[in-house]
Design a binder for this molecule. Structure first.
Ligand code: NDP
Ligand code: DGY
Length: 342
């Protein structure tokens, strides 16, 4: 029998067991891993990736031109254990895909491909978004703190009041998979009206919630709750800025589970500190982690979580398995379970 030529796979972090088990079982792959829960230093990543055929990375790894150059010509597949792909230099990846396509297309129909992990984290992330929204609008961290620090002196009619979802208008920026899953969960709370915005109306998806497509300024002005669930792209970077916060109701609550860079954080700080809006709940920030002396952390009306939208054991395991299967399928020239179409 002819010896199998092993393909080198580099994994940038310890990943949940199902993913690593799938890769370890693959007889045609030789797996190297940054065996730590902490991010890999740039130099180590360049060293590890040199000559590799496949890369399994996380959203905290920046896959840019420099890294792609350092990887060399063997690199065929990039698989990220995330649905967000803003950490991948898509234009550079596409360039390489096209260039190699021209050269190798006759002998190898599948060159430079990328995989990601949509769908499998949608419900878990929507669940977290709803938790964050309720935590923020009903001021739970503040209330818990008051119990501990003796601020709870008696039942007082207006003490620790917040805002509720019943009869509210909820505006969703990006009615994609997660945006819809959030709307589905919020509806039974008695939301009166859903608004949404995006690049174009999505009548089929919106019908389930009788959601109305509006512009960003209209959504800002009319919503009691705004939930940001769009992907980070050049068009959405800094989308939520002072123009948007100025249009929002003083009683409005802002929630972001998308990416930190969709929000201008200085503008958000001003809006929260000056009482221009009521509160914000953020699962994502810029940078991550947010420095512990960041001004947003001084505000009582800002609840910040450490990017835990998809953080259940089951979902992270499923994401790691999907990322591994994307990688293996890509390397073998088979259809990927979730290929990123560039
Ligand atoms: P989808 O692709 O299903 O949804 C993305 C949405 O972004 C679409 O509704 C799209 O709307 C919208 N969008 C794109 N461009 C614009 C624009 N210019 N203006 C307004 N909206 C826009 O992705 P998912 O729902 O699966 O995931 C969304 C994002 O959530 C991910 O990209 C990731 O960044 C983040 N995420 C965060 C998690 C966390 O742990 N906090 C967990 C999982 C995901 P349209 O096409 O109509 O323009
Ligand atoms: C993603 O997948 O993009 C999230 O941010 C983490 O699960």
């Amino acid at each position: 029998m002819r010896p199998v030529r092993l393909m080198k796979v580099f994994i940038t972090r310890r990943i949940p067991p199902e993913g690593i088990a799938a890769l370890s079982r693959a007889a045609d792959c030789e797996v190297e891993q940054w065996d730590s829960d902490e991010p890999i230093p740039d130099k180590e990543l360049e060293r590890g990736l040199a000559g590799a055929h496949g890369l399994l990375c996380l959203l905290s790894d920046r896959v840019d031109k420099r890294l792609l150059d350092a990887a060399g010509a063997n690199l065929k597949v990039i698989s990220t254990m995330s649905v967000g792909v803003d950490h991948l230099a898509l234009d550079e990846i596409k360039k390489r895909e096209n260039a190699r396509w021209l050269v190798i297309t006759s002998i190898c129909p599948h060159v430079h491909r990328s995989g990601y992990t949509p769908d499998v984290l949608t419900d878990t992330t929507a669940e977290l978004a709803v938790s964050l929204l309720l935590t923020t609008c009903r001021r739970l961290p503040e209330a818990i703190e008051e119990v501990k620090n003796g601020g709870w002196t008696s039942w007082k009619p207006l003490w620790m009041c917040g805002y509720g979802l019943t009869q509210s208008t909820v505006g969703i920026i990006g009615l994609g998979r997660i945006g819809q899953a959030i709307a589905r969960r919020l509806k039974p709370f008695g939301v009166q009206k859903f608004l949404y915005t995006g690049r174009q109306p999505r009548p089929e998806e919106a019908a389930e919630f009788q959601a109305e497509f509006v512009s960003v300024p209209q959504l800002a002005a009319q919503s009691d709750f705004i939930v940001v669930t769009c992907s980070l792209t050049p068009a959405t970077r800094g989308l939520c800025n002072k123009d948007v916060f100025q249009k929002m109701k003083k009683t409005a609550v802002f929630v972001n589970i998308s990416r930190g860079d969709v929000v201008n954080q200085d503008d958000l700080y001003q809006a929260l500190a000056s009482g221009q809006i009521a509160a914000a709940g953020l699962d994502v920030t810029t940078p991550e982690p947010l420095p512990t002396n960041h001004p947003l952390l001084t505000l009582k009306n800002c609840v910040i979580l450490p990017h835990i939208g998809s953080a259940t054991y089951r979902t992270r395991n499923t994401m790691s398995l999907l990322a591994a299967n994307n990688l293996l399928a890509g390397l073998r020239g088979e259809p990927m379970p979730s290929e990123l179409k560039l």
